[in-house]
Design a protein around this ligand. Structure first.
Ligand code: ADP
Ligand code: ASP
Ligand code: MG
Length: 450
């Protein structure tokens, strides 16, 4: 078979029997050949992590496992499916948890094996639910359809030849087959299960969509599409009808959770558009085509002065100051050489003649060793908990009146900014502030700009 559309459904879209049935209705409505990618049933990945954490600490993980079972069983019963469908995965969950509690150890490899069971169960539920609606659906673990990765457990990278493997496996499926594939998980060539990072099912959808060069990758979720601001902080943020790949990449990288940040790259490389759609907002019985709904992310969307805002909390920032920087070639390279040696990757940077400020991508990253090394040749100030506010739009690099409005608005609201950076992509303005001001900054800017 040759799919024309990849449809990915997130956890909330599968969280209850009713939600799952609604997702199934969206799949039924799509006329083109499709490949479906699913996350775990809503909340299951978190519950599995909690169960494992308890078992590893010598406490009782069973209540969390029981809640996972309750959620799965409710779907089985309400949709009239067979219990046997998910028995094998349930037994494996139990075995793994017993092992973790006996050894009091949770290796990254075991953690991935355990977490994968969320998706490896939901895929079977969704395929069975589709079969009850006369679709010839079959559940697959992603590796059965060619998704192989390296062995970086918890943040695995697909192997370079994954597109060819995916194409060969999917094209070998019989015409009319509707594959339902696990998001988030992959496997190494020697058979060890890996995961792609939290929220990684979007990335799986993009990997399949790009490899198969489909017409569109659809991300079905619990909001109507990509919104102008994070709905967790701003009420009534409007829907963005279209945006460019690089805008979505910046926004998702800096906290717009609606898309996993790694989703954009495979899609952009192959020029496959991504459409974000609301499972509960799009009515499967409404004749309005899906192509007129949600947010379309593509290479050539019309530009706007400001497209959207994103917010990332819990960011570490480092301020390096030295009079030795004055006209001293090589100072910055010395700082970055230390960071590179400690495998620290930098996100936002701003420099002056005598100082450089930067932020780092990973929460929980231990900057101690790098900082003590840099402090041998410069003054260093480390802040453990900053908030990044990211503005994206085509006007942010040239329109000084627009920038004036941004800073006036922040100034009037009494919001401090520690670092201001304009990326070379010329579509973003990134500000670093303190946690109590992040949401307020987003709210006042949203009101001012939209
Ligand atoms: P799924 O389980 O479908 O993958 P996620 O929870 O990962 O869903 O992503 C959807 C959530 O992303 C929304 O419920 C919303 O809270 C959050 N979000 C953050 N920023 C944005 C934004 N700009 N537009 C839409 N949603 C956003
Ligand atoms: N189930 C995984 C998670 O919760 C992957 C995903 O939902 O995309 O992180
Ligand atoms: Mg998600």
């Amino acid at each position: 078979m040759t799919p024309k559309v990849v449809m990915k459904f997130g956890g909330t879209s599968l969280g209850t029997a009713d939600n799952l049935a609604r997702s199934v209705a969206h799949v039924r409505r799509e006329q083109r050949p499709r490949l479906v990618v699913v996350s775990a049933v809503g909340g299951v990945t978190d519950l599995l992590l909690q169960a494992a954490g308890e078992a590893c600490a010598g406490r009782d993980g069973a209540p969390f496992l029981a809640e996972v079972r309750r959620r799965h069983t409710e779907i089985v019963e309400k949709l009239g499916l067979e219990h046997a469908l998910i028995q094998e995965q349930d037994d494996e969950l139990e075995r793994l948890l017993v092992g973790i509690s006996m050894l009091r150890e949770l290796s990254p490899r075991t953690r991935d094996a355990l977490l994968s069971l969320g998706e490896r169960t939901s895929v079977r539920l969704v395929a069975a639910a589709l079969r009850t609606r006369e679709l010839d659906a079959e559940a697959f673990d992603a590796w059965e359809l060619g998704l192989v990765s390296d062995d970086r457990h918890g943040r695995a990278e697909p192997l370079a030849d994954h597109p060819a493997r995916i194409r060969a496996a999917v094209e070998a499926l019989p015409a009319g087959c509707l594959p339902v594939v696990t998001g988030f998980v992959a496997r190494t060539v020697d058979g060890s299960v890996t995961t792609l990072g939290r929220g990684g099912s979007d990335f799986t959808a993009a990997l399949f969509g790009a490899a198969l060069e489909v017409e569109e990758i659809q991300i079905w979720t619990d909001v109507p599409g990509f919104l102008r601001a994070d709905p967790r902080f701003v009420e009534g943020a409007g829907l963005i009808p279209e945006m460019r790949f690089e805008e979505a990449a910046e926004l998702s990288y800096f906290g717009a959770k609606v898309l996993h940040p790694r989703t954009i790259e495979p899609a952009r490389r192959r020029g496959v558009p991504v459409r974000v759609l609301g499972t509960f907002q799009v009515d499967p019985d409404d004749p309005t085509p899906v192509s007129e709904q949600g947010t379309l992310i593509s290479v050539d969307a019309a530009l706007e002065p400001v497209r959207a805002l994103a917010l990332q909390k819990g960011v570490q920032s480092l301020h390096v100051h030295s009079l030795g920087m004055l006209e001293a070639p090589g100072f910055l390279s010395r700082v970055f050489e230390v960071l590179a040696r400690h495998c620290v990757s930098v996100d936002v940077v701003a420099t002056s003649e005598v100082s450089v400020s930067m932020t780092f991508d990973k929460a929980g990253l231990d900057l101690g060793p790098a900082v003590s090394e840099i402090s041998r040749f410069a003054e260093v100030e480390l802040s453990a908990d900053r908030t990044i506010l990211c503005l994206v739009g085509a006007g942010l690099s040239q329109d000084s009146a627009l920038l004036g409005r941004v800073f006036t608005c922040l100034g009037q609201a009494g919001i401090p900014t520690h670092v201001i950076s304009q990326g070379a992509s010329r579509i973003n303005l990134t500000l670093v502030t303190d946690p109590p001001h992040g949401a307020a900054a987003m709210r006042v800017l949203h009101r001012e700009l939209f």
